[in-house]
Design a protein around this ligand. Sequence first.
Ligand code: GDP
Length: 178
Amino acid sequence: GSYGGHRKTMTEHLLKILIVGDGNVGKSSFVHRYVSGQFNKTYKMTVGVDFSVKLLHWSETEKVRLQLWDIAGQERFISMNRIYYKGAVGCVVMFDVTNSSSFLSCRHWKQDLDNKAMLPSGDSIPCILLANKCDLAQRVVSADSIKEFSKANGFKTWMETSVKENKNIGEAMRPTSI
Ligand code: GDP
């Protein structure tokens, strides 16, 4: 026919990724930056769960639809309903390097996830730890303590990010990271 027989079957994979962490650490900004490429300083704080989608053209025959679930509007750690975690294949735990309590909360976020959800294989859901706002001078959490904490709590890896300066945003979301 006129299309020359080059028709390919596209396969679409749906991947659910969770973004957790205390309020104000930069989760919404991160998702917004990753999905739309922008940093919006006055991006409003919402309450509930924000849901964004990014479509990746994986290969000529495969598309990946990334579903980003951002728990929004939570000031501090709260135990989440396991429904929220269900079906997730990866998780981003974020804190703010200028806020030590947001760093301490990461242990609770990670434990809550591990207690309530796992991959179909029975393995724990791969998690990456993001140390955001590394552009700010008034940093209180050192790289050494993040490294140690990341190892001790079973994170795949950790990275310093600045959503403001667009540092490590795409890198953090690469499948090899999570
Ligand atoms: P969330 O509550 O975790 O979703 O945090 P938001 O995305 O609402 O961000 C909280 C505040 O931190 C906002 O005023 C953002 O503009 C600011 N913010 C987010 N990321 C960065 C960053 O990398 N550097 C700096 N300096 N500010 C940031």
